[in-house]
Design a protein around this ligand. Structure first.
Ligand code: BGC
Length: 750
């Protein structure tokens, strides 16, 4: 008997070992027969109802057959407050305050897959509490332009870093039983004319740079839904782009789920039906009655509708609907998620420069905190991605409570007026707000701030932007520090040179004036519900800073690739379709008039002639020195990089070395491995990030670190073969602490 059991166990083991693992997308195929049976019972009208919005944030199921509606929520850094069924105006609920997680570029600054995963679980759990099935996120477009209005939502300028974080965010959300809707697919790298711009780029750049984050999240993470972007790519709108949706997404990547157009981003019935869109959000003018009419005329078949419904139902089966009497019975924001938000925030803060002013020294007994960004809440604004947070610790609150523990006095002055603009209604501004981004420093506010600075042992200046400046729907005009901040910080430094600057922004800023008068600079981000707590911990030295820049800070805007080549701003300005659609005169038009209006809009084009030279790829290849390089971020300790061992085999490249924390406090280092091609026939950027790892070390501790680059990640898109290809030859491996701080190199051959 005993023998028999062990034989059975052995057989089971062998069967498991031999069976091929199911591809993440194929997990969606578990209910095909039930789905077919359901479709067979549905009327054409019921099927078509599923192809467009039911409310502003839902699409229909079929109640009679027990198919629940699909409920969506923005995304990407907190579950958005409940809106009115017919739009975005708040519904006025009391239990829909969510956890505000650090925004995209802050998450990316952690360079941590673990943090991205945890973040995803937090988002996924809170979505379930709200009865939501699909999170409209992660937002993973490449940060191509320093001025990009949605840089703060997006992750990085680098496809490898973006892809790793997009993958783990996706896994985290979906492990909680919620679907992601990864967005905005694809090449949505600007807000200027986003509703009509045609992004024109070559296939290699498309594959290697702009599609990478989507590809990993979909293929390896099994992302269940995808949001085609507003813009066009190489001539066709993303919501009806045969190449993107049918050939690549479904064809090559094996995507089995469904696509949801960006809000107002569906453009035609036939285009959407034939070229890969499942759900029109919002409205039904394309994927409603016209679909039924087209079937009647024979232009479309009911089988085509069935296929779309099947793809939606696969996700409906994979994501269990939350019963109505269970959803929204407790507060959305939960302590577990708040703790995740804090952990991410702690790891996101980047120390850009430190001439010894930080951490706050024991002899400092009075701190002057200057700048409105120290008190500004950053949870809402910026359009779709805002969060109604249960609470938000501002930087000033964080500093004040930490200072109190240390017996340090804190004095605050606003220093400047903040740029404000109201989305709707009359522009009534508060006394500390201005309608001019480039307004000069206010003499009274400046004098008050300088007096405080003079009277304190140390100054912490809060500069940067806000969500009226960096926002969905428009790009920044430049990256200059707004509202007289430069004049102010110069005056503060003159009054008291023991000064640290904290930049509160989602994207990079021009630091040419600020840098010489800031002995320390911290990139503090829009860092979530616990942002102020995390910042105080770093400033006071309770924890060592460990974030690394996910994008380059150029010295000046004109140094960055799209500007240097004259590719941006677009020559043709046109108008942002989304914003235009909400203009009262446009809202009042008949559907025919509106279509004519859209057709008559200028047709802007964005040329991507910089090719793959995005971000540091450009700066390194063209030898343009940035202000702060990609991957840069200092600590309060030094790290020792032991001798690097490198090898290459069929499976890829492997590097190992010993990393030592040489300081006297625990600290994390993010080690980065870049690859440079030697004697290559194919054209490559100077170097590319290929692996990274966040390593935590106690004081004095050493750890062996192993980094691997799978051979697939060394391939390039061969345009002639129209396929991924490996170029054999020599590689230089560059191991370091930042893209411009390489500690060791080694050569291998693949
Ligand atoms: C944004 C999307 C968002 C959607 C719904 C659009 O304007 O581009 O990212 O998910 O609105 O709020």
């Amino acid at each position: 008997m005993k023998k028999l059991v062990s034989f059975a166990v052995l057989l089971a083991f062998l069967a498991a070992a031999c069976s091929k693992p199911v591809a993440p997308q194929d997990r969606l195929l578990a209910h095909e027969q039930e789905i077919d049976a359901l479709i067979a019972q549905m009327t054409l009208e019921e099927k078509v109802e599923m192809l467009h919005s039911k409310t502003n944030m839902s699409s229909a199921g079929v109640e009679r057959l027990g198919i629940a509606d699909m409920h969506y929520a923005d995304g990407p850094f907190g579950i958005r407050e409940e809106g009115q069924p017919n739009g975005f105006m708040p519904a006025g609920w009391t239990l829909d305050s969510a956890t505000y997680f650090p925004t995209g570029s802050a998450l990316a600054a952690t360079w941590s897959e673990d943090m991205a995963y945890l973040y995803g679980t937090g988002m996924g759990k809170e979505a379930r509490l709200r009865g939501k099935d699909v999170i409209l996120g992660p937002a993973v477009n490449i940060q191509r332009l320093p001025v990009g209005g949605r840089t703060y939502e997006y992750l990085s300028e680098d496809p490898m870093l973006s892809a790793a974080l997009a993958l783990y965010y996706t896994k985290g959300v979906q492990d909680e039983g919620t679907a992601v809707c990864i967005k905005h697919f694809a090449v949505n790298n600007q807000e200027t004319n986003r509703g009509s711009v045609d992004a024109q780029l070559d296939e290699r750049t498309l594959r290697e740079i702009y599609l990478k984050p989507f590809e990993r999240a979909i293929r390896e993470g099994g992302a269940m839904s995808v949001m085609p972007a507003y813009n066009k790519v190489n001539g066709d709108y993303c919501s009806e782009n045969e190449h993107l949706l049918n050939e690549i997404l479904r064809g090559e990547w094996g995507f089995k789920g469904f696509t949801v157009s960006d809000w107002g981003g569906t453009h035609s019935t036939m285009g959407a039906m034939l070229h890969g869109l499942n759900v029109q959000m919002t409205g039904s003018n394309y994927l409603g009655q016209p679909v039924i009419d087209s079937i009647a005329t024979g232009a479309l078949t009911e089988e085509q509708v069935d296929e779309k419904v099947r793809q939606i139902l696969r996700v409906r089966f994979a994501v269990e609907a939350v019963p109505e009497d269970v959803a929204n019975t407790v507060m959305t924001s939960q302590p577990e998620s708040q703790a995740i938000a804090r952990q991410v925030a702690e790891k996101a803060i980047v120390l850009l420069k430190n001439d010894g002013v930080l951490p706050v020294a024991p002899e400092v007994k009075k701190i002057a905190v200057i700048g409105q960004n120290a008190v500004l809440k950053t949870q809402s604004g910026g359009m779709g991605a805002g969060v109604k947070a249960l609470y938000e610790v501002t930087p000033l609150e964080g500093i004040t409570s930490r200072a109190a523990e240390a017996g340090v006095e804190v004095a605050y002055a606003p220093g400047y007026r903040n740029y404000a603009r109201r989305m709707w209604g009359p522009q009534v501004l508060g006394p500390l707000e201005t309608a001019q981004i480039d307004e000069a420093a206010d003499p009274e506010l400046l004098a008050e701030a300088v007096a405080l600075a003079r009277d304190a042992d140390m100054v912490i200046f809060f500069g940067g932007t806000n969500k009226n400046i960096e926002t969905e729907g428009s790009d920044r005009k430049d990256i200059k520090l707004p509202c007289g901040q430069e004049t102010l910080v110069q005056a503060l430094y003159e009054a008291n040179p023991r000064l640290a600057t904290v930049l509160i922004s989602g994207g990079p800023t021009d630091l040419q004036v600020l840098e010489p008068v800031s002995p320390a600079i911290v990139q503090g981000w829009w860092n979530g519900t616990e942002g102020g707590t995390a910042l105080a911990e770093v400033l006071f030295g309770d924890i060592a800073p460990s974030g690394k820049l996910p994008f380059t800070f150029p010295v000046k805007l004109e140094d960055s690739p799209a500007y240097a080549l004259g590719n941006f701003p677009d020559k043709n300005t046109g108008g942002d379709l989304f914003t235009l659609m909400y203009r009262p005169d446009v809202l009042a038009m008949t559907p025919e008039q509106r279509q004519a209006f859209i057709d008559a809009l200028p047709k802007p084009v964005s040329q991507y002639t910089e090719g793959p030279l995005v971000g540091y790829r450009w700066f390194d290849t063209r030898e343009v020195k940035p202000m702060y390089a990609f991957g840069h971020g200092l600590s309060y300790v030094d790290f020792g990089y032991g001798d690097m061992k490198a090898s290459a085999g069929k499976k890829g490249v492997k590097v190992s070395f010993v990393l030592t924390n040489e300081g006297s406090m625990p600290a994390d280092e993010v080690v980065q491995l870049y690859v440079r091609r030697i004697g290559s026939e194919v054209e490559w950027p100077d170097k590319e990030l290929k692996a990274f790892r966040r390593v935590s070390l106690r004081e004095g501790e050493s750890k062996k670190v192993v980094l691997e680059i799978p051979v697939e990640d060394l391939r390039y898109w061969n345009v002639e073969k129209n396929a991924w290809d490996l170029e054999h030859g020599k590689l230089e491996l560059l191991l370091g602490s930042a893209s411009d701080d390489i500690r060791q190199t080694a050569e291998v051959t693949i």
